[in-house]
Design a protein around this ligand. Sequence first.
Ligand code: C2E
Ligand code: MG
Ligand code: MG
Ligand code: MG
Length: 276
Amino acid sequence: QVKEKGKGHFRFYRSDMNEAFPNYILMESHLRKAIDMNEFVMHYQPQVHLKTGKIKTFEALLRWQNRKFGNVPPGQFIPLAEETGLIIPIGEWVIHSVCQQLANWREKGHQDIRIAVNISPKQFLQSNLPEVIQQALIENQLPASSLEIEITEGAMEDTRAALSMLQRLKELGVIISVDDFGTGYSSLNYLKSFPIDILKIDQSFVREIQINEKDAAITKTIIHLAHNLGMEVIAEGVEEKDQVQFLVSVECQKAQGYYFSRPVTAEEIEQKVLYA
Ligand code: C2E
Ligand code: MG
Ligand code: MG
Ligand code: MG
């Protein structure tokens, strides 16, 4: 089928174009049913302590497997969930699922594991978020320190709301980290006054760390900044050995990325990490 698009311009429409341009209205109706249909599963990516090689923390990353759309990447369905408000029930499902996994691993003797959960900006501004988290911790008999909350700089734009939410979360005792640090609304002011435990260096700085002097300088500076403020620091998106060597040389505490492991199922974490 050929449609005319202005004078002398033609665009071709093929039936398989849905794959490149997903039908978001149809996708939304599937996303709405995804929890009930059991279509979500959490994957976990190890975070490696560089000095010791120990792995005690994992980032939880949501996966959606749908009949019609197949494996939809979070980069596609998370923004859709944010726009439609579906992120609220989905986010609660994630918190409960992660807390159940923590309880399961603790029962198996791994008491010192921590899991980091991504919280989207809309979810972060829900006033009952601390209660939702507390409920999940209590149900699964977990210490709050076994749960880490990852928020992006974008969630902190409304500084007063963000500060009061962070204080409530901190009172609960959960660990707080800033995801994709350095890519958003970066104000040094919030680092001074917000109760932040960890900075996650965005993968865009890590990618060319060995060849781009500016990326190397920014990475080093974030590491010093974190240490001088008494925060932990972790590098994201580490894919190569050279990057690990650089990060070790500048005393980055932890790293996460395909070099060590892709995000994998809980079963694979057990086989490859916990019982390796
Ligand atoms: P993020 O939190 O910054 O997560 C890191 C992303 O980088 C993940 O993509 C991860 O699979 C990927 N990654 C890890 N190591 C490497 C590496 O070495 N190289 C490269 N190129 N990529 C690496 P993923 O799983 O597709 O998630 C994308 C984003 O979707 C996440 O970015 C996060 O913002 C969001 N997301 C994922 N799961 C959840 C969730 O449960 N809730 C919410 N609200 N957002 C989520
Ligand atoms: Mg994250
Ligand atoms: Mg990130
Ligand atoms: Mg991200």
